[in-house]
Design a protein around this ligand. Structure first.
Ligand code: PAF
Length: 291
């Protein structure tokens, strides 16, 4: 792959079918180009822009996929109200140097009779799965399809969805997908709130409360790094989040790669992960413990 990207920003072409996608990627491959994939559900924000820019630095051609994947939403979740902002997304993609946007329909991705899903374990167990039991099967299935459809050299995912990144990395390793899965650091508002397409759901009061998540994680990580008992530091963070008005799904200290529970800092590298609801919005966040 080239170490620097060409200095031009091509117009973003949009394709809707796998056949058109493959024709374009095939032409690039014939010309010796490397390819990166940034899979998204649209509603792009600065976190996605960081992914696209990181992709652009590492590959000749960047494919952005935009698909609000129905199979990763439970019937009770926000599929119908999930923000859809295609024109603004394409403008951001163009600014970030994306060459091709793949915007399939649900019927293209899941044609009549589709009945295969990917069964997961390891980093998919617990955390999100305790609250969204079908979520990662939907994510893994669509990501596997996208990785096979695009066949990129590298695919980039935000660390904000840290368990998703661990699940996708494990998936690619386990089924020998010839792709490098790369995590990109979470982009945050000035007050620490992790950027998320779901932040638009927050009322002004909820928005003012939301940075508590990052603050609680940061204080717990610092305390653990300075020698506090992990269990006590985690409990303090849970109390802090709940006292601010969140309904806590989980706040856990885990092994950073396997996501298995850990009892001591010697089992590191470590990651603190949280999911909590405020009003009708569910937010997640995570940070490393600097040991
Ligand atoms: O992180 C997301 O936006 C989605 O879960 C993904 C990876 C695009 C799969 O639908």
């Amino acid at each position: 792959m080239p170490s620097t990207a060409p200095a031009f920003s091509p117009n973003v072409a949009v394709v809707h079918t796998v056949a058109d996608l493959r024709a374009q990627v095939g032409a690039w491959r014939k010309a010796g180009k490397s390819v990166a994939l940034v899979p998204t559900m649209g509603a792009l924000h600065a976190g996605h822009v960081a992914l696209m820019e990181a992709a652009r630095r590492q590959a000749d051609m960047v494919v952005l996929s935009i698909f609000v994947n129905p199979t990763q939403f439970a019937p009770t979740e926000d599929l119908s109200r999930y923000p859809r902002t295609l024109e603004a997304d394409l403008a951001k993609a163009q600014g970030a140097g994306v060459a091709l946007a793949f915007v399939p329909s649900a019927a293209d991705m899941y044609p009549d009779g589709f009945c295969t899903t990917i069964s997961l374990a390891g980093p998919a167990l617990g955390l999100e799965t305790d609250f969204r039991p079908t979520h990662f099967a939907g994510v893994a299935t669509v990501v596997a399809k996208l990785l096979i459809q695009v066949a990129p050299d590298i695919a980039l995912f935000g660390e904000k969805d840290y368990q998703q990144l661990a699940v996708v990395s494990q998936l690619a390793r386990d089924i020998d997908l010839p792709v490098t899965i790369q995590g990109v650091q979470t982009v945050r508002e000035a007050d620490g709130l992790a950027l998320s397409s779901r932040n638009v759901y927050l009322s002004p009061t909820e928005r003012a409360t939301a940075p508590v998540l990052h603050r609680a994680l940061t204080q717990a990580a610092k305390a653990i790094a300075e020698g506090a008992q992990p269990a006590a530091a985690v409990e303090t963070a849970r109390v802090q989040v709940t006292a601010a008005g969140f309904a806590l799904d989980y706040l856990e200290l885990r092994h950073a790669r396997t996501l298995a529970p850990v009892a001591s800092v010697t089992e590191g590298p470590l990651r603190l992960l949280v999911a909590a609801r405020i009003g009708t919005t569910r937010l997640i966040d995570n940070i490393p413990v600097p040991l």
